[in-house]
Design a binder for this molecule. Structure first.
Ligand SMILES: [Zn+2]
Length: 450
C-alpha cells in the first residue's frame, strides 16, 4: 500500500488521554494505519518526537459569516482547529425569511460583520451549501434566527401558532444538517422566549443543545436553574456556554460547578465549555439597565479602537463590541479542571482589536495547563456532538491532525491577531492546510452531519 501522507516518529496523543510513540499513515481523507507503519508514501513527514494529536474542535465559535468571507479561516486553522461549531449563543443567520435576514444582519453586525457581497440564502440547507472552507463546520440551528423569522424582534412570548411555526423551521433545519440547537436567552429576541419555548425547540431539533444563560450577573444561579430545567424538559444533552464567574460572582466557580454537578447527579447530561482568559467580550447594545451598575467599566475597552470605556455614563453613549476584565484566573483554572469541560473559543470576528481568544485559545490552554488538556479539545467535544469518527487518532477515523512542538499563544489584548507558535502542521480530511505557521490555501473542510 502507498499512503498519501505518512507522519513518522511522533508521540501520539490519541485524543482519549492515551499517549504512545508511533507513526500515522493517511489514505485519502482517512487514517489508514497507526503504530509502527512500514510502507511507502507520496509524502513523508519526519516528526522527530513531536506530538501528534487529533485536530482541535472549537465547540463554541461564531464563524457564521467569517467562514464565508475568509474561507481560509487562518485565525483558527493556525491554532490547529479543524472543526468549527456554530451558531453559538443562538446568534445566527439561517434559516431566514426576506424580512428576518436584514434584521439579523443589523442586530448582529457588531459581532459578526457583514456577509460577503452577493451571498444569499434562506434555508439552513442553502446556507450550509454556501460554505467552502479550510475547516469542517458543525452547525447548530439558531434560536434567534427561528424567533426573528416568526415573531421578529417583538418583546413578547410566542403564541401557540408561532411556536408551531418555529418548531417546523427547527425540524427542517435538523433534517438539513443541524446537529442541535443553540440559544442565548441574554440576547434579543431570545430574551422574550420562555423556558417552555426554549425546551420545545431544543427537543424538536434533538442532538446537542448549547445555552448562553439568561443572566451571568445578579441572577446567575436562577439562570443556571432555568438551563437545567430546559435540559430536564427537553431531555437533550446540554452544554452551558462559556462558563464564567463574573462581577458579584467572582470567586464562585466552585458554587457554579457544584450546581452543574448536582444536575448531573440527578441524571441530567450537563456539560460546559470555556475559554482561558480573565476577560469576556460582547455587544454594548445588549447590556441590560441593571448591568450598567455591575459591569466594571474601569476595566472595559472598546473593540473598535482599544480605548478605555472607563465609566457607566460613557458606556451608555458608546456602541459596538467591548472587552471587559471581569473574572479571576483562579476561577478560570478551576473551570478548566472540571472533568466535563470542553474548550470553546467564543472568538468574535469584530474587526478592530478583537478579544485575543479568536487567535489564541487553543495553544493558550495547552501552554497554561499542558497536553493533558487535549481530550477537552478533541474526543470529549466529538462525543458531545455525536461525531463518531472525529476527535481521535485511530484507524478509520477522519484524518484531522495537528503536529505540535511546545505550542504557545502570542495573541494579546494589545496585539490580538498574532498567530501562535508551535502548531507545526494542520491536516483537515487528509489535506495539509497549514505547515510551519503558513496556510497552504487548501479548503478541504466539510459540513459534518450526525
Ligand atoms: Zn454567548
Amino acid at each position: 500500500m502507498i499512503f498519501d501522507l505518512l507522519i513518522r516518529g511522533e508521540t501520539i496523543h490519541d485524543g482519549t488521554g492515551s499517549v504512545a510513540p508511533g507513526d500515522v499513515g493517511v489514505l485519502g481523507d482517512w487514517i489508514a494505519a497507526v503504530g509502527a507503519v512500514e510502507a511507502k508514501a507520496k509524502r513523508t513527514i519526519e516528526a522527530k518526537g513531536r506530538v501528534l494529536a487529533p485536530g482541535f474542535i472549537d465547540i463554541h465559535s461564531h464563524a457564521d459569516l467569517a467562514i464565508l468571507r475568509e474561507p481560509r479561516h487562518e485565525c483558527k486553522i493556525l491554532q490547529g482547529v479543524t472543526t468549527e461549531v456554530f451558531t453559538s449563543c443562538g446568534l445566527g443567520f439561517a434559516p431566514v425569511t426576506p424580512q428576518s435576514a436584514p434584521l439579523q444582519r443589523k442586530h448582529l453586525s457588531a459581532l459578526f460583520g457583514e456577509p460577503p457581497p452577493g451571498a444569499e440564502w434562506r434555508t439552513t440547507k442553502e446556507y450550509l451549501g454556501s460554505i467552502h472552507a479550510s475547516v469542517n463546520s458543525a452547525y447548530l440551528v439558531s434560536h434567534g434566527a427561528l424567533r426573528a423569522a416568526v415573531t421578529g424582534y417583538e418583546d413578547r412570548p410566542a403564541t401557540r401558532d408561532e411556536l408551531k411555526a418555529m418548531r417546523a423551521l427547527a425540524r427542517e433545519s435538523a433534517e438539513e444538517g443541524a446537529l442541535g440547537l443553540s440559544t442565548g436567552l441574554y440576547y434579543p429576541p431570545m430574551t422574550s422566549a420562555t423556558t417552555e419555548e426554549t425546551a420545545a425547540l431544543a427537543a424538536e431539533v434533538g442532538g446537542f443543545f448549547s445555552i448562553h444563560v439568561r443572566d451571568h450577573g445578579r441572577r446567575m444561579f436562577e439562570s443556571l436553574d432555568e438551563a437545567v430545567e430546559i435540559c430536564a424538559r427537553a431531555r437533550v444533552p446540554m452544554q452551558v456556554s462559556h462558563l464564567q464567574a463574573v462581577r458579584m460572582n467572582r470567586g464562585r466557580a466552585g458554587d457554579i460547578l457544584a450546581k452543574l454537578d448536582a444536575a448531573r447527579a440527578r441524571g441530567l447530561d450537563v456539560t460546559a465549555d470555556a475559554y482561558p482568559y480573565d476577560a469576556g467580550s460582547t455587544m454594548l447594545s445588549s447590556v441590560k439597565p441593571e448591568e450598567y451598575d455591575d459591569i466594571p467599566w474601569g476595566h472595559a475597552f472598546l473593540v473598535s479602537d482599544g480605548s478605555l470605556i472607563g465609566t457607566k455614563a460613557r458606556a451608555k453613549e458608546l456602541s459596538g463590541a467591548y472587552i471587559v476584565h471581569d473574572r479571576t484566573e483562579e476561577d478560570v483554572e478551576r473551570m478548566f479542571r472540571w472533568p466535563h469541560l470542553t474548550v470553546g473559543s467564543d472568538g468574535l470576528h469584530t474587526g478592530g482589536r478583537p478579544h485575543p481568544r479568536l487567535w489564541g485559545t487553543f495553544p493558550r490552554v495547552l501552554s497554561k495547563w499542558g497536553l493533558e488538556m487535549i481530550p477537552k479539545m478533541t474526543s470529549k467535544a466529538a462525543a458531545r456532538l455525536g461525531l463518531k469518527d472525529r476527535g481521535v487518532i485511530r484507524e478509520h477515523a477522519a484524518a484531522d491532525l495537528v503536529l505540535l512542538s511546545n505550542p504557545r499563544d502570542r495573541a494579546t489584548f494589545e496585539e490580538p491577531t498574532l498567530p501562535p507558535e508551535g502548531i507545526d502542521l494542520v491536516v483537515v480530511n487528509g489535506v495539509v492546510v497549514a505547515e510551519d505557521g503558513r496556510h497552504s490555501g487548501a479548503v478541504p473542510g466539510r459540513v459534518l452531519r450526525r
